[in-house]
Design a protein around this ligand. Structure first.
Ligand code: ZN
Length: 264
């Protein structure tokens, strides 16, 4: 089995601040990146213990957050921006059997979601697909789902885990912190987070072998509405082929094929 892993930094234990930890100019950003990399490595160990042959780590936080020299020797890293055309990324994802997310946060507006946001903490109010609000977990799960790949595990705060479990019953969800507010959380210790993620990753593989998790596929046609904080971001989004401006802050895309319109 081959695992495709999407990573983010805001769902990592001990990471609770955009300004100090998540943004690249933050004074504790490098320390936060090391915490993320260690959680990734714990997940890789868990997968390898269940016979996984290959893990590709897609460093998906902004311009990158994985500390390459500290990455598990058996993992591979996909990094660098801007990314290739979506079609190339779909081809890469198609090489793997299952998808997982490490370090995930809840969607923008989740009241107890520590560091909650959707794609951009500075630009996006909400993503709504066919009338249902979705966050980054939904975007990853639906993208991989359309390519026939199930999302079988997520790690992050309790709100991110709840969001994942509502989307995908049976998913292995590992909560390493409890959000008290957007910039405040109770985290387990670093060592405890590694133990939980290692055993969670192993359990995710075992569970999926016993009771396979289906790829997440919602019936089409698809209407995808993105609402932004400010009109300038909506102006830029309106330039995408097929986009319709709904109002000052919202741009809508419609298609029969979800892969044409879902964006990360
Ligand atoms: Zn994110």
């Amino acid at each position: 089995m081959k695992v495709y892993m999407v990573t983010d930094i805001e769902g990592v234990a001990g990471v609770v601040s955009f300004e100090q930890q998540s943004y690249s100019e933050g004074r504790y950003n490098h320390a936060a990146r090391k915490l993320l990399t260690a959680e990734i490595n714990a997940a890789v160990e868990g997968f390898l213990s269940e016979g996984v042959e290959e893990v590709l780590v897609n460093d998906s936080h902004g311009s990158g957050a994985v500390v390459f020299e500290e990455l598990h020797p058996r993992a591979r890293l996909l990094s660098g921006v801007p990314r290739p055309p979506h079609s190339k990324m779909f081809e890469v994802i198609s090489r793997y059997d299952v998808c997982v997310i490490v370090g995930q946060h809840a969607m923008a507006g989740a009241m107890d979601g520590n560091l909650n946001h959707t794609m951009s903490s500075k630009h996006v109010t909400s993503y709504v697909l066919n009338g249902k609000p979705i966050g980054e977990t939904g975007v990853v799960a639906l993208t991989c789902g359309a390519l026939g790949k199930p999302l079988i595990m997520v790690t992050g705060d309790e709100a991110a885990c709840r969001e994942a479990s509502e989307l995908i019953p049976g998913i292995t969800a590992v909560a390493v912190k409890e959000g008290l507010a957007r910039n405040c959380a109770i985290s387990v210790s670093m060592q405890q987070s590694h133990e939980m993620i290692r055993s969670g990753a192993a359990a995710a593989i075992r569970n999926h072998k016993k009771n396979p998790i289906a790829p997440l596929i919602w019936p089409g046609p698809y209407v995808f509405a993105r609402t932004f904080f400010h009109t300038d971001t909506a102006d830029a989004a309106q330039n995408m082929p097929g986009a319709t401006r709904v109002d000052g802050l919202t741009v809508r895309l419609q298609s029969q094929n979800i892969l044409d319109i879902i964006r990360w």
